[in-house]
Design a protein around this ligand. Structure first.
Ligand code: SF4
Length: 242
C-alpha cells in the first residue's frame, strides 16, 4: 500500500471512530492491549474522543501485557479501566478443576474464558450503546466475515470493528510512524497475545493466531467474547457508515 492509500485508510478509520462517538454514544472500546488495539487507543486518545477504553484483566496476563498499561499512562496520561473476574467464580473453578484445567477440554477452556473474560466483558458493556474492537478480517478463519459495523444481538448493541480492512503491515506501519507504545512480546514471535498459559510464540510461516489455544482446532479458537452458544455472533453486518 502506498502512502496516499495508507493516509486514506487512516482517515477513514478516524472518521469511523468520530462517527461512533457522535452517533452511537455511550461507546466503549474493549482493548486487549494488542498491536491493533494500540492503534485504536492512539487514535481515540490523540483526538480526545469520548470513548471509554477498558481491558479485561483476567488475572493470567503476561507481565509484558500489564506493562502496556503503564506505557499508555506515560504516553497519553490516561488510565485504562480494568475489569476483573468475580473472585468467587475463579476460586470455585480452580478449587473444582485446578488452575490450568483449560488444557483438558474445549469445554473447560470455554468455562475459564467465560469466568475470566465473558462475564467481565458483559459487565463492562452494560449501559452502553455501542462497542469497538480491534479485530481484523485477515487475522483468522473465524474472522473472515468481519464487517466494520455489525449488529450485536447478544448484547443488544452496535459493534464496530474499525480495523476490519487493515492488514498486519498497515497496523505496524501506523505504530512505527506514530511512535505508538506496544507490547514487547510482539517482537518475540507473539503476533496475537492472550492469557499467558494460553499463548505461545509462533514459527515463521505459521498463522498469526496459531499461538492462541494451540492445542485446539482453528474453528474453536475464540474466547467467547464474540461467540454465543458456540456460534460467532456476527450475523447482521451493517454497511460501513463513515
Ligand atoms: S485464555 Fe486461557 S487463562 Fe485466559 S480466560 Fe481463556 S482459558 Fe482462561
Amino acid at each position: 500500500m502506498n502512502e496516499t492509500d495508507f493516509a486514506t485508510l487512516v482517515a477513514t478509520t478516524q472518521k469511523t471512530l468520530q462517527h461512533v462517538a457522535d452517533q452511537f454514544a455511550p461507546a466503549v472500546f474493549a482493548s486487549s492491549l494488542a498491536a491493533e488495539d494500540q492503534v485504536l487507543t492512539d487514535m481515540i486518545l490523540r483526538s480526545k474522543l469520548p470513548i471509554t477504553i477498558f481491558t479485561l484483566e483476567t488475572g493470567r496476563l503476561h507481565a509484558e501485557t500489564l506493562g502496556v498499561l503503564d506505557r499508555i499512562k506515560e504516553t497519553y496520561g490516561v488510565e485504562i479501566a480494568l475489569y476483573r473476574p468475580q473472585p468467587e467464580a475463579v476460586d470455585a473453578y480452580v478449587r473444582q478443576n485446578g488452575l490450568n484445567a483449560f488444557y483438558e477440554s474445549v469445554d473447560m477452556r470455554k468455562e475459564c474464558c467465560r469466568i475470566r473474560k465473558v462475564e467481565p466483558l458483559n459487565r463492562a458493556l452494560q449501559g452502553n450503546r455501542s462497542w469497538i474492537t480491534g479485530q481484523r478480517r485477515a487475522q483468522s478463519s473465524t474472522r473472515a466475515e468481519l464487517h466494520v459495523q455489525e449488529q450485536d444481538d447478544a448484547h443488544d448493541m452496535v459493534k464496530f470493528n474499525p480495523l476490519a480492512d487493515w492488514s498486519e503491515a498497515d497496523v505496524w506501519h501506523y505504530i512505527r510512524s506514530n511512535n505508538v507504545p506496544y507490547n514487547p512480546l510482539h517482537d518475540k514471535g507473539y503476533p496475537s497475545i492472550g492469557c499467558e498459559p494460553c499463548t505461545r510464540a509462533i514459527q515463521p510461516g505459521e498463522d498469526v493466531r496459531a499461538g492462541r489455544w494451540w492445542w485446539e482446532n482453528p474453528e474453536s479458537k475464540e474466547c467467547g467474547l464474540h461467540v454465543v452458544d458456540g456460534k460467532l455472533i456476527r450475523i447482521k453486518p451493517v454497511s460501513t457508515t463513515a
